[in-house]
Design a protein around this ligand. Structure first.
Ligand SMILES: CCCCCCC[C@@H](O)CC(=O)SCCNC(=O)CCNC(=O)[C@H](O)C(C)(C)COP(=O)(O)OP(=O)(O)OC[C@H]1O[C@@H](n2cnc3c(N)ncnc32)[C@H](O)[C@@H]1OP(=O)(O)O
Length: 734
């Protein structure tokens, strides 16, 4: 048996409680133990006259059944007096039911100033005055329930009720805001649109319909919404004849009607009208944040895309897409030109300072060893990605207020130049469904000319976008690694400044989340948060200094997971464990002790070990070749075969003749690249265009470079053993 809802100890004010719905509410509250203030001015339905009779009768009725009640005869416009009665009689106020109302129906053309003002004063201003008088009492006692009474006339409009409709829907707006402001004080405000046979409805409905719309079929909803067990807040209900339904907003997906850097024309609006009004796949924003978020997303799309031409099927509903559609998609090539200024700006952005002597090599272009920080490797693709490249992919309808940087892996193949022009190619490697969010894995290769300089794996966490039916893990993801279970070998504490994010963003991550308080609020943050890659840069340089003496050529790779946001101005504490050439990292916010970077590590090249440079390859390392080949083969979706083969080879052919054959023996050390005649069967064959072929044989074009540049094409069957793949992965970890 369910426990009855009681209101013992609670004090309720019901306005307009002399009859109809208000009377029913007052009686019901009285029966269930509440102390009731029965407010009624005793006027007629048009707002004329004044009498205490109506309220007194209801008070007597409540008392006669053993309840507690007092009458109040003030106008709701004197809200203070109404609430004062509750305070004087019962010492507190817990619940306000704004019910009082009058009608002055007129067709719009005949509505006088008085008709308009009177209705607004009683309904809208009256509810405001009574609620405001109760508000602070409710806030202070951390409990309050307010009911607003709207009407179907307000929601849908009704002939002859322009004044009433507008006041009634005004009440909904008032309630929505009170719900937000009261939430954290447990002061809830909901709105009902009752359809009940009352003095008001009698004037517009036939008597038999009025009969079935009894006030007693509305009161139970009011009581439930007023109870402390009920957590509903900011909602609107239609109720009548024993039926209750909840209402919400629905918004069409809409359409972008302008192009980047162009104005917006009424013709474009006309041409997109069907799409604008099409409710297929409609959204249901329930907060201003949700509503704004899609606008932000639209803005970012306008900046990158095509606008109208993005919707080739004019007038047709947008096709349903899934995040999984994005897997394997490549983004347009990105070009990034920079001078020493960007290198220096980045170094400042991740906390370098001239107060540390050994930072000068990163801050002064005249320094004899002027260098670019290795973690700058995340920057060349950042601007283009943030400019909307990512959002342009099918299936990735990213709500940017919900995008958090989840993880980052960066591998450097050659120290980054302090200036230059680099190109980057990005591919969506996978999309994961983490339940609480979606994770987008994006692989980015950055080249200087044809030379691969670095590889990034961005892992982007879209909060709330999970549940689309994707897989939870991916073999494409570079894993985090837990630190050893012992005290760290080195701990460095470093201050971020209040303007750290404002400075860091100048390096290309323009996400407003890090600077704009209102955007941050949309993402649920009290203040803008620091870029994940800024803390990443701090941690990276801590390792570089402590374990590699700031020698950038020793920095091989870095992986981090961002587990909690950092606020600009907080202290970062980087704990480091040395395990051979791997330095494990965990980063905390010193003030709170909260771990912010976890499972992180930096891999260093051994001291004194010049990275192995293949004679023919001009700077490319053999394991990189493996990793790249592995990635490319996987990209081709080749079926795995059980054949285990430690020799991986490919040949360059022309006219069916093998001209050059390259073999990688995975058994040998770091994977030496062997050149020479190979008598066995080649597992992989690549072909090359005549032009490129000539360049290769004449020594102008290195085969590996041609391969990376996509000039060597795969031909024939490719067989890749599982063992080989495992080995390739192991190489990636070296
Ligand atoms: C477009 C251009 C590219 C560049 C984009 C750059 C954008 C930048 O401007 C944006 C930023 O810099 S944001 C600032 C940096 N990031 C952060 O502060 C995020 C901090 N992390 C969090 O808040 C939570 O971990 C959070 C919210 C991420 C996850 O927390 P929960 O939802 O509570 O998840 P939880 O219950 O702990 O775990 C659920 C599953 O998700 C996995 N997971 C958790 N944290 C993850 C993370 N950080 N990255 C990836 N996966 C993560 C968990 O492992 C778990 O999955 P499983 O059960 O399979 O293990």
């Amino acid at each position: 048996m369910s426990v009855p809802l009681t209101f013992a100890g609670k004090v309720v004010v019901v306005t307009g409680a002399g009859g109809g719905l208000g009377r029913e509410y007052a009686l019901a509250f009285g029966r269930r133990g509440a102390s009731v203030v029965v407010n009624d001015l005793g006027g007629d339905i048009k707002g004329g006259g004044k009498s205490s009779v109506a309220a007194d009768k209801v008070v007597e009725e409540i008392k006669s059944k053993g309840g507690k009640a007092v009458a109040n005869y003030d106008s709701v416009e004197d809200g203070e007096k109404v609430i004062q009665t509750a305070l004087d009689s019962f010492g507190r106020i817990d619940i306000v039911v704004n019910n009082a109302g009058i009608l002055r129906d007129r067709s719009f053309a005949r509505t006088s100033d008085l008709d308009w003002d009177l209705i607004h004063r009683v309904h809208l201003r009256g509810s405001f005055m009574v609620s405001r008088a109760a508000w602070n009492h409710m806030k202070n006692q951390k409990f309050g329930r307010i009911i607003m009474t709207a009407s179907a006339a307000g929601i849908y409009g009704n002939f002859g009720q322009a004044n009433y409709s507008s006041a009634k829907l005004g009440l909904l707006g008032l309630a929505n805001t009170l719900a937000i402001e009261g939430q954290k004080y447990n002061v809830h405000c909901n709105t009902i649109a009752p359809i009940a046979g009352s003095r008001l409805t009698e004037t517009v409905m036939p008597p038999d319909l009025v009969e079935s719309l009894k006030a007693e079929y509305v009161a139970p909803l009011v009581l439930w919404l007023s109870h402390d067990q009920c957590q509903e807040n900011g909602s609107l209900f239609e109720v009548g004849a024993g039926w209750i339904g909840k209402l919400r907003w629905e918004r069409s997906l809409g359409s972008i009607v302008r192009k980047k850097n162009q104005g917006m024309s009424p013709e474009a609006v006309r041409d997109q009208w069907n799409r604008i009004c099409d409710f297929t796949n409609a959204k249901k924003p329930s907060t201003i944040t949700e509503s704004m978020a899609s606008l932000v997303e639209v803005l970012s799309r306008v900046e990158t895309e095509e606008g109208i031409s993005a919707n080739p099927t004019r007038g047709a509903p947008a096709p349903a897409t899934s995040p999984l559609d994005a897997v394997g998609q490549k983004l347009p090539e990105m070009t990034f030109s920079y001078s020493h200024m960007q290198s220096i700006l980045y170094a400042l952005g991740v906390g370098m300072s001239t107060k540390d002597d050994d930072h000068l090599k990163f801050l002064y272009e005249g320094h004899e060893d002027f260098s670019c920080l290795p973690t700058f490797g995340v920057i060349p693709s950042m601007g283009s990605l943030m400019d909307g490249g990512l959002a342009s992919l099918p299936g990735l309808e990213i709500d940017f207020t919900r995008l958090l940087h989840g993880e980052q892996y960066l591998e450097i193949y050659k120290p980054l130049p302090t200036s230059g022009t680099l190109t980057s190619q990005a591919t969506i490697a996978d999309v994961l469904d983490k339940g609480t969010g979606a994770v987008i894995l994006m692989d980015v290769n950055t080249y200087s000319g044809k030379e691969l300089l670095c590889y990034n794996q961005f892992s982007l966490f879209i909060v709330g976008a999970g549940g689309f039916g994707g897989k939870r893990t991916s073999d494409k993801s570079v894993s985090t690694v837990a630190p050893p279970k012992r005290a760290p070998d080195v701990v460095v504490t470093d201050a971020t400044t209040r303007d750290q994010a404002a400075l860091y963003r100048l390096s290309g991550d323009w996400n407003p989340l890090h600077i704009d308080p209102s955007f941050a609020a949309m993402g649920g943050f009290k203040t803008p948060i620091l870029h994940g890659l800024c803390s990443f840069g701090f941690a990276g340089r801590h390792v570089l200094k402590q374990f590699a003496n700031n020698d950038v050529s020793r920095f091989k790779s870095i992986k981090v997971r961002f587990v909690k946001p950092v606020l600009p101005g907080q202290f970062l504490q980087t704990e480091m464990w040395e395990e051979g050439n791997r330095i494990h990292i965990e980063c905390k916010v010193k003030e709170s002790g909260a771990v912010v970077l976890s499972g992180a590590y930096v891999d260093l090249h051994p001291a004194g070990d010049v990275p192995e440079v293949l004679p023919e390859v001009d700077g490319l390392r053999s394991e990189l070749v493996f990793a790249e080949i592995g990635r490319r083969i996987k990209d081709l979706g080749v079926e795995m075969v059980k054949k285990v083969n430690a020799i991986f080879s490919w040949e360059i052919t022309r006219g069916g003749n093998t001209v050059s054959l390259w073999t990688i023996d995975l058994k040998h050390g770091n994977g030496a690249l062997l050149k020479g005649p190979y008598t066995g069967k080649a597992d992989v064959t690549f072909t090359v265009s005549d032009e490129d072929f000539m360049d290769v044989v004449q020594g102008h074009l290195n085969p590996q470079k041609a391969f990376f540049a996509g000039k060597l094409k795969v031909r024939g069957n490719i067989m890749l053993s599982q063992k080989l793949e495992v080995i390739l992965k192991d190489y990636a970890k070296l």
